[in-house]
Every structure is written in C-alpha cells, then in structure tokens.
Design a protein around this ligand. Sequence first.
Ligand SMILES: Cc1cc2nc3c(=O)[nH]c(=O)nc-3n(C[C@H](O)[C@H](O)[C@H](O)COP(=O)(O)O)c2cc1C
Length: 221
Amino acid sequence: MNINQAIEQRHSCRAYTDKAVTTDQIKRILTTASQSPSGANTQPWQVAVVTGQTKLTLQDAIQQAFASRIKPNPDYPYYPTQWQAPYTLRRKQCGLQLYNSLAIKREDTAHRQAQWAANYRAFDAPVMLLFLMDDIMQTGSYLDYGMFLQSVMLSAMAEGLATCPQAALAEYPDIIRQTLNYPNSKQVLCGIALGYEDSQDPVNQYRTDRENTSQFTDFFD
Ligand SMILES: Cc1cc2nc3c(=O)[nH]c(=O)nc-3n(C[C@H](O)[C@H](O)[C@H](O)COP(=O)(O)O)c2cc1C
C-alpha cells in the first residue's frame, strides 16, 4: 500500500473485533507518528494508551456522566456555535449515513443515544488512545496535532489496524484527568479508537463523500 492508497482507504471504523492489539504495535505506530512535523519542533503531543481494566473503569465513569445528563465540559470548542452552509448540510449527511447504516430512524431517540454512547467506549475497540496537550500551547499547536493524529491513523493501517478519531472522548476531560492522574494543565483534545475492524458490521459498510477538488481550490497563475 503506498501513501496515497493509505490516505484514500482510511475511514472511520465504528465496530471492532476483540482481537488484541499488542503494546509493540502501539509503540511502532506512535514512534512513526512522532516523525510528524511541528512548529519549532515543539512536538506538543502527549498520548494516553488506555486498555484493559483502566479502559473499563474510565469508560464506565464517562458513560455514567452521560447517562446522568451531566453537561459535557470540553477544554476547547471543537465545533462552531453558529452552523451555516455548507457545513450544516455536510454534518447532516454525516449523521444520516451513520444512522441509515444501522437502520436507526430519525425519531428513534433511544437508539440514537445508544449509538452515540458507544463513542464513550471507543466503540468497544481494545485500545482507546487519548491525546492531551499542555494548556500554554496556542492555536498553532492544533495544526501540529492534526498532522500527528493523521499519522497515527495511517501508521495504524500499516499494522492492519483500523481507527476512528473521536472528539466525543474529549467531552468529559475532568473525568479523564482524574482517572488517569493528569494535572489540570493537560488539555484533552480528542481520542482515537484503535483495533481490528469488524468488517461484517453494518456500521462499517458505508464510505463518506468528499467535495470535488475544484470546489475548494483556487489556482492563481
Ligand atoms: C478530530 C475528529 C473528531 C471526530 N469525532 C468523532 C466522534 O466523536 N465520533 C464519531 O463517530 N466520529 C468522529 N469523527 C469522524 C468523522 O465523522 C469522520 O472523519 C468523517 O465523517 C469522515 O469520514 P471518514 O473518517 O470515514 O473518512 C471525528 C473526526 C475527526 C477528524
């Protein structure tokens, strides 16, 4: 698989087999991803690899907060507060594809909520990666971090593994810091579910669209 194929074939995987991922595999992925560029080589990433009993403890705490309707309290705003075109439509389409793949109807709030809550278990992937950053870092470091995250996902493919990036895992950062013993100065940016894809599960059958290149590119000659 060359680089272009890896970029084109990566997709968000939301159902996993229970086949274990080894610590060596995770180390190789993170070592490769650490070659990502960052401004002044600041390397602002801090990764928590959460598996086994710690994953169960953490995901139970987050799921309980969600079930008790505790308001998410992310360390930074991921989405706009005022949505507008063309993003509104893309977001809607994203949700439609997901719920259609699972035959969950629009009005079926219970199933929609249950599907959303699966986020907090990293979709039952054996590995939940959490990505943190010191709160003194500025907006530029989010650019660096994005490159690192894509590198993690592509490097995982080289190990035969699937991923799903997850902003949902940053909704209750206090629980994460408390459970994993991180200081308040470590912002939680997002998570990535990591494991072997369950390629039979309906949720993994669809692929998302992209705009044509001409829609987002201006050539100046
Ligand atoms: C930073 C980031 C956060 C995301 N958060 C979530 C999430 O919380 N839950 C989820 O199911 N998908 C999440 N996604 C996945 C997007 O929905 C997905 O990337 C997009 O629909 C494109 O589909 P693809 O990844 O299959 O190409 C996230 C993606 C990114 C890049």
